[in-house]
Design a protein around this ligand. Structure first.
Ligand code: VGL
Ligand code: ZN
Length: 194
């Protein structure tokens, strides 16, 4: 499906952090495959001076989602550690807007909108159309896309710039199906008219 980059378009890059990449504490299989396509989207948005946001999973050391507290995950993305840093292979512009999330010890949240200023910032800038990619398809990308739709943004899922954890086989496919069912428009780079 062809879609154009309007002046009200923003790019949202979800959690492309060292811990979610090969060698990281919670590596997403082939997670690094999102970097090259994301760099192409970044280039297109930068060229048009459109805003680029990058979210970070930003947990305290004792976060409730960690196994030692009964959660499902090994410790990952601990605030200010190397694992929590956004990959330096991503060519982010200097004026990228970083959105930290899931920073409360006793609450997990997968969405970039939950308890953050992302919605406020996007509205302040007059953005209506959000292009969303990153990691992981079946967790933070899904939650961010569903909140984006709920908040009334035109929501574009970047199919060639997402990878999932797939704790259960098919989780990512199901997540993609759900996002599309709820109204997300799935595209790849060649669908973009700029
Ligand atoms: C994520 C698992 C745990 C994600 C974050 O960014 O998708 N997944 N925390
Ligand atoms: Zn997390």
């Amino acid at each position: 499906m062809k879609i154009s980059l309007t002046e009200k378009s923003a790019l949202i890059i979800v959690d492309v952090q060292n811990d979610f990449l090969p060698g990281g504490a919670l590596a997403v299989p082939n997670g690094d495959a999102v970097i090259e396509p994301l760099n192409k989207y970044i280039e297109l948005f930068s060229r048009k001076k459109l805003p680029i946001f990058a979210t970070r999973d930003w947990h305290p050391e004792n976060h409730v989602s960690f196994r030692e507290r009964g959660g499902p995950w090994p410790p990952h993305c601990i605030q200010n550690t190397h694992g929590a840093m956004i990959s330096d292979k991503l060519n982010l512009p200097l004026d990228v807007k970083i959105i930290d999330k899931a920073f409360s010890p006793d609450r997990d949240s997968y969405s970039g909108f939950q308890e953050t200023v992302l919605d406020l910032e996007l509205r302040r800038l007059g953005m209506r159309r959000l292009f969303i990619g990153g990691l992981a398809t079946d967790y933070c990308v899904k939650a961010t896309v569903l909140d984006s739709l709920e908040l009334g943004f035109e929501t574009i899922l970047l199919l060639d710039a997402i990878k999932g954890v797939d704790v259960n086989p098919g989780d990512s496919e199901n997540a993609i199906r759900t996002m599309i069912l709820k109204g997300a428009i799935a595209i790849t780079l060649e669908d973009l008219i700029s």
